[in-house]
Design a protein around this ligand. Structure first.
Ligand code: ATP
Ligand code: MG
Length: 872
């Protein structure tokens, strides 16, 4: 049984434990290791002492011929050409410390103590030299004698066998572990999902054996059956030994490899936790500087709160990851590796905001990484300038929208699910990678409508693709012809007939059967994906190109696909269905336009997309409101009649006889496909359609406009989009009504409110109010003086106004003053010359006008003196 104390004292245990009964038996040449740097160097020198060639870490960007991952994720990856026999290895046995980045682990980071995106993998490789026995002996010697781990706490897992692969348990490995001193109870058997390694398709493969370290019952789940392979943190996997002994063929059969190879990988950071008596990689010496920096820059301690712990971990890990990525030349982008970079930078910036660490800070964070790791990785100090530039630019870009994006998120995070439109808006306007929105949602127990998000992204891609069509160089073999099955199905099990690498992250392919509609006849290409049946790996359709003779070529983004692979090819219903609805609606629209406007109407172009349809047609002038409404009404009428829609192939002459609409100048084959809306329209068409018109749902015209002489364009929406539009309009109408109501009420309360906005009251002495305004004269100015008198309870109002270089002045007196003998007209006559004019009026209300607005103030003051002295 494993002991209860957490970690051994290295000095004590280094000498303990049974010696291996088999093995190279070389005397130790280096002492025990304790620190990250010592383990890194100690590993390489240990394997050098065992005859391995020490080699540099390869770049995080895989070789051009390696399309298995976007970023190097294991020490084995750069060795693949040697394992596959494509290139001779530089030596029969080699050893490396490889920089690794694991994109699938991004979301784990922050939540547990041992998953990093960026880590270093220690590895030793044998190309046809030692096999299971040598690998197990070397690993045992290193773990027990050099790292000095308490042997009682070391466990091993082996492959349990798998009937589907036709393989039994890895008895050889079990026997070897027992021989070297591992008691049977510490050897666990795990299934193929855990302990069988393959490249994710045809190629070399084999069982593996992992070394685990027992961190003590205190950190475990406490279940009696807890053992390596358990999801809890007690048994930490530190080292994986892969025994490459088979080749997997396309038909699923395994044959022995002519030459057996060894690939091993040990995570440096995890291994150091076992050496340093700590639970978390973040507590090891390799993270001390960066964790300290984060705490002091933010002013928040690492374990201040669960939220702070998560933020610190993410900043430490992503900070290292982004620094190494930048040093290897990866810049943020919307696709491929660049997108991985974008995700980690943005996630880091968002997490930093939670502990009050405000941009710009990434250059400083990178400097800490460079300082800590620059000795082992000279590319870091060498590219310091590039690293700063790449990270700071992305940081600045995102920090401009982060706060507003987070506010929007707060507003929309109400229901059980974030709507696809909101996720799209967060992505499109605020730069939130979908994974970030998903993480924020997850933190509150919410979901995200991914399907809708994907649909909106696809629609956007379609738009930009339509805007910039590219000529494609065909790389796949042209021999096979693809059968299009998309009229009947949106999903099909088929195989890749030909595969060829294409641009960065893309590959071209031909399928035996395809549900993907390639752009044509106005209908845009489908979106969708293929999923490898054997591995579950997906590749997204990026382009579907129509080739001659109803053939097609597909471009996918993804990796891990080869000729002959069985795949599931899928068009999401959420994209295909609205496209079909829009296409059938286009036919109805065509016919309705002819019926309403006349037979001269001919299709001049069309674009059928999932989000809307566009139809260009010949017609000399704009539609009247009545015509437009009538066309819309007729289409909806046909929808609600629920007419069946059929398609059939017929000789061209027969189609002509049936009066099917054809496009002028289009070349048709001898047999043509006719799409018929029962009793209403017949058109030659290769597109995909709904089965009956009611599926179209509401049809709403968005706009009608000119596209050059003699041609018009109608844009319209159907089904869900139309409903959303109508909802929106109803909502707007409601709001408008409410706004009108509000304005009306306000008018009633204070009818003068608007007109008084510009008045400046100068003073009010002894009941005499002096005020100025602009742009008013005559009746409006007199009215305003009345309202001021009332509102301010004034006995007299003297109101001046400057209008377009002229001056106006009103004297408005309370009746009581007139009764005392004061005369407004007399006052006006007295002061009018000051503004260079004249005036007159009644005893209570008089007005002057003049040429000199600069003298208004003087004239007002004179009038005020006149009245005040009369009252005194
Ligand atoms: P896990 O199941 O813990 O994710 P894995 O099975 O994916 O590990 P391998 O692919 O066998 O790991 O990689 C070999 C070694 O690399 C592991 O034993 C571990 O020490 C280390 N390693 C793998 N993934 C990570 C990671 N995300 N962070 C740190 N070290 C890792
Ligand atoms: Mg893993």
């Amino acid at each position: 049984m494993p002991g209860t104390c957490l970690a051994p004292k290295v000095e004590e245990t280094a000498q303990l434990g049974p010696r291996p009964t088999v093995g190279p038996g070389a005397a130790p040449t280096i002492g025990p290791v304790r620190t990250t740097a010592e383990l890194r160097e100690g590993y390489l020198s240990f394997f050098e002492s065992k005859g391995h060639l020490r080699r540099q870490s390869a770049s995080l960007i895989p070789r051009a011929d390696d399309r298995s991952t976007l970023l190097t994720s294991a020490g084995m990856q750069p060795q693949m050409p040697y394992f596959l026999g494509r290139e001779p290895p530089p030596a029969p046995t080699t050893t490396t410390v490889q920089k690794c980045f694991r994109t699938p682990d991004i979301d784990e980071v922050g939540l547990d103590t041992y998953h990093l995106t960026f880590f270093e993998m220690l590895g030793n490789f044998s190309f046809g030299q030692y096999f299971k026995e040598g690998a197990i002996e070397l690993a045992t010697e290193f773990v027990r004698d050099r790292m000095g781990l308490d042997w009682e706490r070391v466990w091993a897992s082996v492959f349990a066998g798998d009937p589907e692969l036709g393989l039994g348990p890895d008895e050889t490995a079990i026997e070897l572990w027992e021989r070297i001193g591992m008691p049977p109870e510490r050897i666990v058997r795990l299934p193929a999902s855990e302990n069988f390694w393959s490249v994710g398709g045809p190629g070399p493969c084999g069982p593996d054996s992992e070394i685990y370290y027992d961190r003590g019952a205190e950190v475990g789940c406490g279940r009696p059956e807890c053992a390596p392979g358990c999801a809890c943190e007690r048994y930490l996997e530190i080292w994986n030994l892969v025994f490459m002994e088979f080749e997997l063929h396309a038909d699923g059969k395994l044959t022995p490899l002519p030459q057996q190879n060894i690939d091993t990988g040990m995570g440096l950071e995890r291994a150091v936790t076992t050496l340093q008596d700590v639970i978390s990689v973040y507590d090891t010496d390799g993270y001390r500087t960066i964790m300290g920096w984060i705490a002091s820059e933010s002013g928040v301690a690492y374990e201040d709160s669960p939220e702070a712990t998560k933020a610190h971990r993410i900043l430490a890990d992503h900070g290292r990851g982004m620094t190494f990525l930048a040093a290897d030349g990866v810049s943020p982008a919307n696709e491929g590796r660049g997108y991985v970079m974008r995700r980690v930078v943005r996630r880091a910036v968002q997490q930093a905001s939670r502990i009050g660490l405000e941009p710009p800070f990434l250059a400083g964070l990178a400097d800490v990484v460079i300082e800590q790791m620059g000795d082992a990785y000279p590319e870091l100090p060498e590219h310091r300038g590039d690293i700063h530039r790449i990270l700071s630019a992305e940081e600045e870009r995102f920090s401009q929208t982060l706060a507003r994006g987070l506010r929007l998120f707060e507003e929309v995070a109400t229901g059980p699910e974030i709507a696809g439109e909101d996720a799209f808006l967060l992505h499109d306007t605020y730069g939130f990678p979908i994974e970030l929105t998903q993480e924020l949602a997850r933190e509150r127990g919410l979901g995200v409508n991914e399907e809708e998000f994907t649909r909106l992204m696809a629609a956007q891609r379609e738009r930009s693709r339509a805007a910039a069509p590219t000529a494609l160089e065909i790389r796949v073999e042209s021999g096979v012809k693809t059968r299009f099955v998309g009229y009947e199905k949106v999903e099909v099990l088929t195989a890749l007939a030909s595969v060829a690498p294409f641009e960065d992250g893309l590959f071209q392919a031909k399928l035996h059967e395809s549900p993907f509609y390639p752009e044509g006849g106005g209908q845009v290409s489908d979106v969708g994906f293929v999923e490898n049946e054997a591995t579950g790996v997906r590749a997204e359709l990026r382009q579907a190109v129509r080739l001659e003779g109803d053939d097609q070529l597909l471009v996918f983004e993804g990796v891990g696909f080869a000729e002959g692979d069985r795949v599931r090819a899928v068009v999401p219903w959420s994209v295909r269905f609205p496209t079909m609805a829009n296409h059938t609606a286009t036919h109805l629209l065509h016919k309705a336009l002819q019926d309403v406007l006349g037979d001269h109407v001919r299709q001049a172009g069309s674009a059928v997309r999932p989000d809307k349809l566009r139809f260009d047609f010949t017609h000399p002038q704009a539609l009247t409101a009545e015509e437009r409404a009538e066309v819309e009404r007729r289409v909806n009428e046909k929808v609600f009649e629920n007419l069946p829609v059929h398609a059939f192939v017929t000789p061209i002459d027969e189609a002509r006889r049936l009066g099917a609409m054809m496009l002028f100048g289009e070349k048709y084959g001898e047999h043509v496909r006719v799409v018929e809306v029962d009793g209403y329209s017949r058109e030659l068409c290769g597109g995909t359609h709904v089965r009956s018109t009611a599926e179209i749902g509401p049809f709403v015209v968005l706009s009608e406009s000119s596209v050059g002489a003699g041609a018009r364009r109608i844009e319209a929406v159907t089904s869900g989009e139309a409903w959303a539009l109508l909802q929106g309009r109803a909502h707007e109408a409601d709001e408008l009504r409410a706004e009108l109501e509000r304005v009306r009420k306000e008018r009633k309360r204070a009818p003068e409110a608007a007109a008084e906005a510009d008045v400046v009251v100068r003073r009010k002495d002894g009941g005499v109010l002096v005020a100025e305004t602009t742009a008013l004269s005559g009746g409006a100015l007199r009215d305003l003086s009345d309202r001021l008198k009332q509102r301010e309870h004034a006995l007299a109002v003297l109101l001046g106004s400057a209008v377009d270089g002229r001056a106006f002045l009103v004297v408005n007196l309370d009746r009581s003053l007139a009764e005392k003998g004061l005369d407004a007209a007399a006052v006006v006559r007295e002061v009018a010359p000051i503004i260079g004019g004249g005036g007159g009026g009644r005893p209570t209300l008089a007005e002057a006008g003049g040429r000199d607005p600069n003298k208004l103030e003087e004239a007002l003051a004179a009038a005020e003196r006149h009245i005040l002295s009369a009252l005194a």
